[in-house]
Design a protein around this ligand. Structure first.
Ligand code: CU
Length: 232
């Protein structure tokens, strides 16, 4: 993971905290096992003594585990304050998205993603967004549950038929960020990838305008073909 948005770097931190905690536990458990085996080696073959833990032992072990869980919980809360707040548009971002996030519709269907931009333009597979801009992605599905997962930019979220889920993210740097398939949504789910291209606000505006006129031209061509009787 290579985080490029304010929330995802904290998710990354959390991942590391969880990983280090797991490593500590693995080492502790194995070390305890190792020392127990070494210490009681001379008693091999004999019936083992039974350890009768009294209340004191229970409280000590319980207390230790509680302290460990509490520490993890506190670290988790402290290190995710940024991930919980909704990103806002910065100075380098799209001016029209300063007061409210830029709304883009993402529709999952077997097996590709369609993106609908505010001016009526749409694109498949690749989503183009301006840098340093709060983008609200409204996730929809036409058939089954799909997961939108571009983990360098946003936490993953599900597109569920009949519902709209939204996620808000903001990309810190320009570039192309690849998404992964992470929910089985049918035979071709593995190919159901997506990518987010983060560009400057001017390039974004140019992209959606060009797309819009291309789409309109294509529609006009189809209409004139029908009118000329070339399409039955
Ligand atoms: Cu899918």
């Amino acid at each position: 993971m290579a985080p490029h948005s304010p929330g995802t770097d904290q998710i990354d931190t959390l991942l590391w905290i969880g990983f280090i905690a797991a490593v500590i536990l693995v080492i502790a458990v194995n070390a305890a096992l190792f020392f127990a085996v070494r210490r009681f080696r001379s008693e091999r073959g004999a019936t083992p003594r039974q350890l009768l833990g009294g209340r004191g032992l229970q409280f000590r072990v319980g207390g230790l585990l509680t302290a460990f869980a509490l520490l993890l919980f506190i670290l988790g809360v402290v290190f995710t304050d940024k991930a919980r707040e909704t990103p806002s548009t910065g100075d380098a971002g799209l001016a029209s998205a300063k007061s409210a996030p830029l709304k883009i519709k993402a529709t999952g269907q077997q097996w590709l993603w369609r993106y609908d931009y505010p001016n009526g333009a749409f694109s498949y597979y690749k989503l183009v967004v301006p840098v340093d801009t709060a983008v609200q992605l409204d996730l929809l599905s036409t058939d089954v549950v799909h997961t939108w997962n571009v983990n360098d930019l946003a936490p993953k979220a599900d597109a569920v038929p009949g519902k709209t889920h939204d996620i808000v993210f903001s990309a810190e740097d320009e570039g192309v960020y690849e998404g992964d398939s992470s929910t089985l949504s049918g035979q071709a789910y593995a190919a159901m990838r997506t990518a987010v291209e983060v560009v400057s606000p001017d390039e974004y505006k140019e992209f959606i305008e060009t797309r819009k006129s291309e789409i309109e031209d294509a529609q006009d061509r189809v209409v004139s073909l029908i009118e000329e009787g070339k399409v039955p």
